[in-house]
Design a protein around this ligand. Structure first.
Ligand SMILES: Cc1ncc(C[n+]2csc(CCOP(=O)(O)OP(=O)(O)O)c2C)c(N)n1
Length: 845
């Protein structure tokens, strides 16, 4: 007896069996399908009949759905109840495809809209009528489908001709998604896509010529040729990527969604230059943030974090899951148990809808209903679109996807959303074939024009790369930056008199301490943050344990003053909240991220590196104001253990676009924090973990410090220079204290040092180093990082490359061993260099 999979599923469903497991070879192309079941073939057939409906037509029946989830995403070629595996086998028919279609009809979608989203029958009907009853809307969908297909086909041709290079991911077969975007997503909505985003960009209103020119690496491209296929951005269309690390875009979209709430709460909005102005968003502001993710990418933990954050803050956010069942060569079901991502929101109270990408009209109807749910302020939602991708992952990737050839061939003939649309709407007489042909012709002419535009455009000049390094030049004087004109007005309407009185008293007390020379590094940063948050209400702050002031009082009193919307307590994943800060930074806000200990930023490496890349990758369209601040470096004799003593400042040195400073005194910390908050790029301030509360000093109040200058803390005497007994000492973080503690010991012996604090690790202040070396001709680096890949290694290399003629001796590095910092103080001295090592080195050199 022959069964098909659906009948088997229905049978098992009717028999109440839902416990299936994915066999080891799930997903492999095996045309010898077996079923192991305690049920006889006859029972199965009977059960299928008694279930009364084909699985693909089952609207929301739980057991059917649970099977669909397994059968679909795990691609179980063998269906085995756990308990009876390998007890009884029967040959079943070869399925036509490995990944079965879902073949939803509108009723399947309507049922979900009713159950999960609370829509009434009448409302659901109106969503249907809006599409089915409007020739214009249907034509809009059709043209969007054709544009997506035509554009990607042109890309493929141009790639084969060598005009497009690198990684390029095509979207053929998944055109229902750009059609939905074209139909239901508005210009002001924030759009965050991934590397397979050409069609999403165009459907969002990005000019196809500019997208094609970007792929052709031309200056007229959407990002001036700096981004490429995987990095399409367009400020005017609010198309905000184009991100190439799978799933990284998820928290960014969360931050963008939060920026919509911030606009509303503060009563500010974008002017025609996308700068914030003192004009509240309109009363009917219904913007949302949309994040596109593959079903493979959706398995990343960022999804859970985003759902949590979106639910907690009731963010206007759509998680749009493009479920083609494949992640490069891998069947997602082979690696993931929850292929039905649309159900993942249940834990957070976030509803989800699954639609069949084969039917573009149904995707548009169902998708619009979900989008309107979010627009109405009810909160975030998930839309999962079941699709087939007609091409391989990327032409640059090997085409050894298991079973893909067969699946692609089948899907092209059986699951093509364009064919389905044409068949359906010519058969029911809505369109004539000629009407559709004319529309297609019009679109293909647009695509042709896009290729011509790209082809004829110039390449970007070589200098552009350097120009795009930082949005603000390294020598920017931040004291000259005007404050937003709306600051007082916004403060007045968002901070109560009582809150203002409290924070003013707090600020006054800190300023008194500062004048008395009694302020700590932590308090100095806290003071700078309050002054800047009052000066510019677009400044926000994110931290763990924020309400309590985190570990060193850096965010103290921020939430109590500016509210949760601007001062957010965060879950314990630095990647999540650095990512949200990035999304805010792209949308006119100036986020500060406080890291209790900068080592925890290790969790945010992806987000940090993308923050560094953004300005350049977007061709200078998007500034990325973001200040990351925290305690770091070593803490000799404090036994913090290895993981709290890592040189994270060295880990991030290679991130382009990131300005990195250190501050070993309250004054430096204060002035640098103020400047970083005003800078339009990402900046990272490291303060010495052991000195956060201990170091006290006077502040140069109201003054912003440069972000590209080292500080000469002690100058070697003229005598020592004349006698050749002067040495330049370069150090930072706790090394500053170590050096200061031994300076007298060094001078007592007739030697002296130019003690230079490297306050800017990147860019490095080579001028100050040069001036000192012109006097001393010798240099020791007391380094707070490891021998391999450390800051000292970079500084030493640059001195050798640029100032070699000034050296009388090789550069001497005193760096941490390439070993984890041990807990026991007896061992720690062997790994972390201190003042005594410096004394020795000065004498030796
Ligand atoms: C962090 C990261 N890891 C791995 C990759 C390589 N990679 C690119 S796409 C991809 C599969 C993603 O599949 P899915 O999310 O389902 O999206 P699809 O490509 O099918 O649209 C992988 C592993 C990457 N770009 N980023």
């Amino acid at each position: 007896m022959i069964f098909n999979r659906l009948a088997v599923a229905a049978a098992l469903c009717a028999a109440g069996s839902t416990a299936f497991i994915a066999p080891k070879n799930a997903g492999q192309v095996s045309f010898s399908h077996r079923v192991s079941s305690p049920l006889s073939a006859a029972t199965l057939e009977t059960a299928a009949v008694s279930c009364g409906r084909s699985l693909s037509r089952c609207p929301l029946g739980k057991c059917c759905h649970s099977f669909m989830s397994h059968g679909d995403t795990n691609n179980n070629d063998t269906l085995e109840p756990t308990s009876t595996r390998q007890t009884e086998t029967e040959e079943v028919a070869k399925p036509e495809v490995m990944r079965p279609p879902i073949d939803y009809v509108w009723n399947d979608v309507a049922g979900q809209l009713k159950e999960a989203f609370g829509y009434s029958d009448a409302e659901i009907e109106s969503y249907s009528n809006e599409v089915e009853g409007s020739k214009d809307n249907l034509m809009q969908i059709y043209k969007a489908l054709q544009m997506a297909r035509g554009f990607e086909n042109a890309c493929n041709q141009q790639y084969m001709q060598g005009k497009i290079r690198g990684f390029m991911h095509l979207d053929n077969g998944q055109e229902s998604i750009p059609a939905l975007v074209d139909y239901a997503i508005k210009n002001g909505d924030k759009k965050y896509s991934y590397y397979r985003e050409h069609t999403h960009a165009i459907a969002s209103g990005v000019d196809p010529g500019e997208v094609m020119a970007e792929l052709f690496m031309k200056e007229t491209g959407s990002c001036k040729g700096a981004g490429g296929s995987m990095h399409i951005f367009d400020k005017s269309a609010y198309f905000q990527g184009g991100w190439a690390l799978v799933s990284e875009q998820l928290p960014y979209a969360g931050g963008a969604a939060k920026s919509i709430l911030l606009d509303r709460a503060l009563g500010i909005s974008d002017d025609e230059n996308y700068e914030k102005q003192d004009v509240a968003p309109p009363a009917d502001d219904d913007r949302i943030s949309v994040v596109f993710v593959g079903e493979g990418g959706a398995q990343n933990g960022r999804t859970a974090e985003l759902l949590n954050s979106a639910a907690k803050d009731n963010l206007p956010l759509l998680l749009l899951v493009i479920d083609n069942g494949r992640a490069i060569n891998t069947y997602t079901g082979d690696v993931a148990t929850n292929g039905d991502v649309y159900q993942q929101g249940k834990h957070y109270g976030v509803p989800g809808l699954k639609v069949d990408g084969h039917d573009a009209a149904d995707v548009a109807k169902g998708g619009k209903a979900v989008i309107d749910y979010i627009r109405s302020g009810k909160g975030p939602a998930i839309l999962q679109v079941h699709t087939y991708r007609f091409n391989g992952h990327s032409p640059a990737d090997p085409e050894h996807e298991r079973g893909r050839k067969d699946e692609k061939a089948w899907a092209r003939s059986d699951q093509d959303p364009i064919k389905k649309f044409e068949d359906k709407y010519t058969a029911n007489g809505v369109f004539t074939e000629d009407e559709l042909k004319a529309a297609k012709k019009e679109i293909l002419a647009e695509v042709k024009a896009a290729v011509k535009f790209a082809d004829e455009s110039p390449m970007p000049p070589v200098e552009l790369a350097k120009e795009l390094e930082y949005p603000d030049a390294p020598d920017t004087d931040y004291n000259q930056r005007p404050a937003p004109t709306y600051a007082d007005a916004v403060n007045k309407r968002t901070i109560s008199d009582e809150q203002m009185a409290t924070v003013t008293a707090h600020i006054d007390a800190l300023r008194e301490k500062a004048k008395a020379g009694d302020i700590s590094i932590g308090d100095a940063i806290n003071l700078a943050i309050h002054e800047e948050m009052l000066r510019d209400p677009a400044t926000t702050i994110h931290a763990e344990d924020l309400q309590a002031g985190s570990s060193y009082d850096i965010p103290k009193l921020t939430q109590q003053t500016y509210g949760q919307i601007r001062a957010a307590d965060e879950i314990i994943d630095e990647g999540h909240f650095i990512g949200k800060a990035l999304g805010e930074g792209m949308n006119g806000y100036r986020p500060i991220v406080e890291l209790m200990n900068t080592n925890f930023g290790i969790f945010g490496m992806a987000e940090l590196s993308s923050a560094g890349n953004t300005y350049a990758t977007t061709g200078g369209q998007f500034d990325m104001p973001m200040t990351i601040v925290g305690a770091g470096g070593t803490a000799p004799n404090q036994s913090l253990g290895a993981e709290h003593s890592q040189p994270f400042h060295a880990y991030v040195m290679g991130i382009p676009g990131l300005k990195i400073c250190t501050a070993a005194s309250p004054d430096a910390a204060y002035g640098i924090t103020k400047s970083m908050i005003r800078d339009n790029g990402p900046c990272f301030l490291f303060a010495p973990v052991k000195m956060m509360k201990e170091a006290k000093g006077v502040l140069d109040l109201d003054v912003c410090a440069p972000l590209n200058k080292a500080a000469l803390l002690h100058e070697a005497s003229a005598d020592s220079v004349a006698n050749g007994n002067a040495v330049t000492v370069l150090t930072y973080l706790h090394g500053v204290k170590e050096a200061q503690l031994v300076t007298e010991e060094i001078t007592d012996e007739g030697f002296d040092i130019d003690l230079i604090e490297l306050r800017s690790l990147k860019p490095l202040d080579m001028d100050t180093i040069r001036t000192s070396l012109e006097r001393t001709n010798k240099v020791v680096i007391l380094d707070e990082s490891t021998q391999s890949g450390g800051v000292g290694a970079t500084v030493s290399a640059r001195i050798n490359e640029e100032l070699f003629d000034l050296l009388d001796a090789p550069v001497k590095r005193l760096c941490m061993d390439d070993a984890p910092v041990p807990y026991a103080s007896t061992m720690e001295v062997g790994v972390v260099k201190r003042g005594s090592d410096l004394v020795q080195a000065v004498f030796e050199i």
